[in-house]
Design a protein around this ligand. Sequence first.
Ligand SMILES: NC(=O)C1=CN([C@@H]2O[C@H](COP(=O)(O)OP(=O)(O)OC[C@H]3O[C@@H](n4cnc5c(N)ncnc54)[C@H](OP(=O)(O)O)[C@@H]3O)[C@@H](O)[C@H]2O)C=CC1
Ligand SMILES: O=C(O)[C@H](O)CS(=O)(=O)O
Length: 489
Amino acid sequence: MTTRSLNLADPSLLVDKAFVAGQWVVAPDRTTIEVTDPFDGALVGTVPSLDVGSLRRAIDAAHAAQPGWAAKTAKERSNILRCWFDLIIANADDLALILTSEQGKPLAEAKGEIISNAGYIEWFAEEAKRVDGDIIPGASPGQRILVLKQPVGVCAAITPWNFPNGMITRKAGPALAAGCTMILKPASQTPLSALALAVLAERAGIPAGVFSVVTGQAKVFGQEFCTNPKIAKITFTGSTEVGRWLMREAAGGIKHLSLELGGNAPFIVFDDADIDAAVEGAMTSKFRNSGQTCVCANRLYVQDGVVEAFTTKLIAKVKALQLGQGSQPGTTQGPLIDEHAVTKVEQHVADALGKGATLLLGGKRSALGSTFFEPTVIGGVTQDMLVTQEETFAPLAPIISFKDEADVIAMANDSEFGLASYFYARDMGRVMRVAEALQAGMVGVNTGALANEMAPFGGVKQSGLGREGSRYGMDGYLELKYVCLAGLG
Ligand SMILES: NC(=O)C1=CN([C@@H]2O[C@H](COP(=O)(O)OP(=O)(O)OC[C@H]3O[C@@H](n4cnc5c(N)ncnc54)[C@H](OP(=O)(O)O)[C@@H]3O)[C@@H](O)[C@H]2O)C=CC1
Ligand SMILES: O=C(O)[C@H](O)CS(=O)(=O)O
């Protein structure tokens, strides 16, 4: 196996140890997990395959540290989080190179992920100071009703490989701001970004035990998170299948749950849309991270009168995409995370073509390597095809034409998922009707990009529970306490 050496300005950001209770540790039996570059399988680094005993040390430390962390003033927690944010920004180039080497996305996208998602640390550093309650007139004379907001306690976080940096700051930001402590298990394919964030968290002054990063067997760690009484909350981003498993396993302890799960976003272009804007939005939403985002346009519905113009313009843009190694200048489409992902998109293409769809561009693996799939456009897609029912998570743009509003709303809502949705239209009556009719947690109107720290990110139906970002993002890490103050004379 070849090895990949990274030319980092600060090599200490690339670590081969886990961060447990403020200590950098190896596995007791020294077993490791290899981290490879999806571009060519080169070895980027190794991380420990920790045992459950090491995980319990992290949990115990988080439990012991939580009262002291919550006892700090909001301003003290805010200042430490702000320092973490500043360090992330200052080290963004190194963090981007680490991210690209383990996940594959183009360097510019990696840096964009880091900068934009550091914003969640910045945002919640401020929100820490706005965790206030209520004083309500009493139900009886001499009484007052107090409503306090208190941190839920020790939180377990489990994050996916597609945004190895951003999915962590979205969870650690509000948790630590609220006065909670956190044990994070990153995806085994992309743990190095999480560990680099832990290096910077330690430098920022986050006390030992408040934030740990553990690497090891997912199911074993998941079981421990679900059953250990010291864990008050589990926050998860990943597949709906694993989200369901966690929900079942955590039921025994009535744990708090935040779930950011799978999606199947409809992207609708009406005949009154700005077609050029719609094409730009489709490119942003469909091909970012090579289509490996939970909010990607998964199915493109285009009204009959404009489907030809839209398709022609979209193909021209897709042809310009440049496949390659993420760290190489000019690359705009990296590899998929692994060969399973390529097999899945091949299945979706074959199913669609087998049921009568037309291949308009791409449609096959790339000679660049076993994890590459050509950016692909297919037309004549119908609602019975897998590609409209399942999340493809790859650079495949399936185009379905439709007659009218009622027709497309019915097709768009024909899914167990309800995370993101998008549509392009200019008639204001239509904009309000469609925005209200779509069954999704998020609706992009005349835009293909939704995520930012000021907005409540999350889904309905089987796309998850709770919201990340915005002032609503704190709610999942706080408990309400009602104090009835009587005898006030
Ligand atoms: N909503 C979103 O943002 C995302 C959605 N997805 C969807 O999920 C599909 C599969 O992607 P994948 O990465 O395999 O997602 P998974 O849900 O399998 O993995 C996400 C995270 O969960 C962990 N995990 C897996 N099984 C368990 C378990 N039993 N207990 C605790 N943790 C567990 C993984 O650990 P490990 O890496 O060690 O297996 C990883 O850290 C994608 O095709 C996509 O549809 C994927 C990523 C993000
Ligand atoms: O998990 C994902 O796919 C991300 O949430 C997508 S985004 O929020 O960065 O757009």
